[in-house]
Design a protein around this ligand. Structure first.
Ligand SMILES: Cc1cc2nc3c(=O)[nH]c(=O)nc-3n(C[C@H](O)[C@H](O)[C@H](O)COP(=O)(O)OP(=O)(O)OC[C@H]3O[C@@H](n4cnc5c(N)ncnc54)[C@H](O)[C@@H]3O)c2cc1C
Length: 488
C-alpha cells in the first residue's frame, strides 16, 4: 500500500505519527512518501526557525504530537528546558519546532518512509480494478505514481490583502519568518503594523526586543478591542460538561440529523450554572475592551473564574466540528452573527507577556494604536487614514490582518497546487470559505468521482467544516481519527 502525504507541517507530521502509533507503519508493505519544499520538516510556518520572541498561545499540555501521550511535549520540555514550567508556560514557538523535529526524525529514517523536499503542483487519478490511484507531479515535472491513499495537508491560506498593497515596495505581506522578513528594517524608519491579533503581538515583540527603532511603532486596526488573555489553568475538580459525543448523537437522532442552535445554547447555559460560573459577571469584567483596559483587568489580579471558563472551552473544543456541522444553514448564520465573535474573543487567547510588553511600549511612547483604520495609500511614503479623520505617514507597512479563506483569492503564484486542483474540480470550494470535504471523515469531494474514499484533507482550509481547528490539539486529534477510523 502506497500513501502520499502532501504538506509536512504539524498536520502532515501528526498523520505520520498516527500511522506509526496505529501500527500501520510497522507493516513493510506500507510505503509512505512525504512531499514538502520547506527546508525544515514537521514545523510549517508557525514553528519554523525564527526569533525566540514568538510565543505559543496554548499550554504545552495541548501541544503533543502523539495522541496516545497527551503530555509528550510537556515531558520533553521538562527534560530539555527545565527553566520553564512545563505544563503552563507559553514558550517560544521555535522550541515546539525543535520538539516536533526530534519526534519525527526517527520516523523519516524508517526504510518505508521517503521524504521528498519538493512542491507538488498537480494530482491526477487513475482507475485500476475498481479502485482509484493518485499520481503526483512536482514542480520540476517529475511524476510519482500510483498512491492508494492521499493526504493533503498543505497548510494555512495566504494573508488577507485588505488594502490592495501586495507587490507595493516596503509593504511586507507575509511577515514570517520575522528574522528574515523584518531584519533589514532601517531603525530610523516609521513602521506601521496593520492588524491587532496574534500576529501583531508577534511583530511588536520581535521589533521591540531585537531592533532599536527610533520612531514609534504604529499599530493600525479596524477593531479597537483585544482578545482575552491566557490565564493559569483551572486547578479545580473536573467541570460538568454535557455536549460530548453521546449528547451530540442523541440530538442528531432526535432532530432528524441536526442539532438546533438553541439546544446547544441552553445546554451550555445549564453547564455553566452547574459549574457555578457567573457568566454575567465574567462578561462584565472580560468582554472585549481596548489595550489599556485589557492591561488593567488582567495584570496584578488572579482570574479563577475566567480560568474556569477557559477550561470549559477546552472541554468544548474537541466537539466544535461536530456541533458546527450539526447546525442548519439558518442556525449557522445566526451562530456567526450572534455568538461567533464573542466565542472567538474567549477562545483565542493572547500570551500575557506579549500584551504586557505592548502596553508598556505605549506608556513609554514607543508605540501607539489607531483603532479605526479605513484606508492606506502609497505615494513616496504610506499614508494611513482613520475614520476619525486623522492621517499618519509610514515608511514600512507590515501585514498582520489574518488569513484569506475565500478560495477564489488563491492565485497560481501563491499556491499552484490548490489553484490547479480547484480549477479542475479535484477539490471543490465550500461557500467561498474553505474546501468541501465530508464530515467527520474529511474525505475530499471530487467533481468527477464524488466522495474519494481514499483521499483526505486536513488543516486550516477546513475552517468552514472542522470549525475552530487551527491549533495543534485539534489537528493531531483529527489526524488520528482519520488513520484509526477512516482509512479502512
Ligand atoms: C503564526 C502562527 C502561530 C500559531 N501558534 C499556535 C500555537 O501557539 N498553538 C497552537 O496550537 N496552534 C498555533 N497555530 C496554529 C496551528 O498550529 C498551525 O496553523 C498549524 O501549524 C497548521 O499546520 P498544518 O500542517 O496544517 O499547516 P502548515 O503548518 O501551514 O504546514 C503546511 C505545509 O505544507 C507545505 N506545502 C504547501 N503547499 C505544498 C505543496 N504544493 N506541495 C508540498 N508541500 C506543500 C508547506 O510548505 C508547509 O510546510 C499558529 C499558527 C500560526 C500561523
Amino acid at each position: 500500500m502506497k500513501i502520499a502525504i502532501v504538506g509536512f507541517g504539524v498536520s502532515g507530521a501528526a498523520l505520520l505519527m498516527a500511522l506509526k502509533t496505529s501500527g500501520k507503519l510497522d507493516n513493510n508493505d506500507v510505503q509512505v512518501d512525504i512531499f514538502d519544499p520547506r527546508a525544515e520538516f514537521a514545523v510549517g510556518p508557525a514553528y519554523q526557525k525564527d526569533t525566540k520572541y514568538l510565543l505559543l498561545n496554548a499550554f504545552p499540555t495541548a501541544m503533543s504530537l502523539n495522541n496516545n501521550e497527551p503530555l509528550d511535549f510537556s515531558n520533553w520540555l521538562e527534560q530539555h528546558y527545565p527553566q520553564y514550567e512545563a505544563k503552563v508556560d507559553l514558550v517560544p514557538r521555535t522550541i515546539y519546532g525543535e520538539y516536533a523535529k526530534e519526534r519525527i526524525e526517527p520516523l523519516l529514517n524508517l526504510d518505508n518512509v521517503n521524504y521528498y523536499q519538493q512542491e507538488i503542483i498537480d494530482i491526477d487519478t487513475r482507475q485500476e480494478n475498481n479502485s482509484l490511484l493518485y499520481q503526483l507531479e512536482d514542480v520540476d515535472g517529475d511524476l510519482y505514481d500510483d498512491y492508494d491513499y492521499l493526504f493533503l495537508a498543505v497548510g494555512v491560506p495566504d494573508y488577507q490583502d485588505f488594502y490592495n498593497l501586495r507587490g507595493t515596495p516596503d509593504y511586507i505581506h507575509n511577515p514570517y519568518p520575522v528574522i528574515e522578513k523584518l531584519k533589514d528594517i532601517d531603525e530610523d524608519k516609521h513602521v506601521a503594523i496593520i492588524g491587532s491579533g496574534l500576529t501583531a503581538f508577534d511583530l511588536v515583540n520581535y521589533l521591540s526586543h531585537e531592533k532599536e527603532l527610533t520612531q514609534q511603532i504604529g499599530v493600525f486596526t479596524n477593531r479597537p478591542e483585544f482578545n482575552s488573555l491566557r490565564v493559569p489553568p483551572y486547578p479545580g475538580a473536573k467541570l460538568v460538561y454535557s455536549l460530548d459525543k453521546d449528547w451530540i448523537n442523541q440530538e442528531l437522532q432526535e432532530n432528524k440529523g441536526f442539532i438546533p442552535l438553541d439546544r446547544i445554547v441552553e445546554t451550555v447555559q445549564a453547564d455553566i450554572i452547574a459549574n457555578d460560573i457567573d457568566l454575567d459577571a465574567i462578561r462584565a469584567k472580560y468582554d472585549p475592551v481596548d489595550l489599556d483596559k485589557t492591561y488593567q483587568i488582567y495584570f496584578g489580579h488572579e482570574h479563577p473564574e475566567l480560568s474556569k471558563v477557559q477550561a470549559y472551552i477546552a472541554r468544548l473544543s474537541p466537539n466544535l466540528g461536530d456541533l458546527y456541522m450539526g447546525l442548519t444553514k439558518s442556525d449557522l448564520v445566526r451562530f456567526h452573527l450572534d455568538y461567533a465573535p464573542l466565542f472567538a474573543h474567549y477562545q483565542v487567547r493572547l500570551a500575557p507577556d506579549a500584551v504586557e510588553n505592548m502596553y508598556h511600549l505605549t506608556k513609554q511612547d514607543k508605540l501607539f494604536i489607531v483603532p479605526d483604520l479605513i484606508e492606506i495609500e502609497k505615494d513616496k511614503r504610506f499614508t494611513l487614514k482613520s475614520l476619525s479623520g486623522e492621517t499618519f505617514e509610514a515608511d514600512i507597512v507590515i501585514n498582520a490582518t489574518g488569513f484569506a479563506y475565500n478560495t477564489d483569492l488563491i492565485t497560481k503564484e501563491e499556491n499552484a497546487l490548490l489553484r490547479k486542483l480547484l480549477d479542475k474540480g479535484f477539490l471543490l470550494d465550500k461557500d467561498k470559505r474553505g474546501i468541501l470535504v465530508t464530515w467527520p471523515e474529511t474525505q475530499i469531494i471530487n467533481q468527477q468521482f464524488g466522495k474519494l474514499d481514499t483521499a483526505f484533507y486536513i488543516g486550516p482550509w477546513l475552517t468552514n467544516t472542522h470549525f475552530g481547528n487551527n491549533n495543534v490539539k485539534a489537528l493531531v486529534r483529527k489526524a488520528n481519527e482519520i488513520v484509526d477510523n477512516y482509512m479502512g
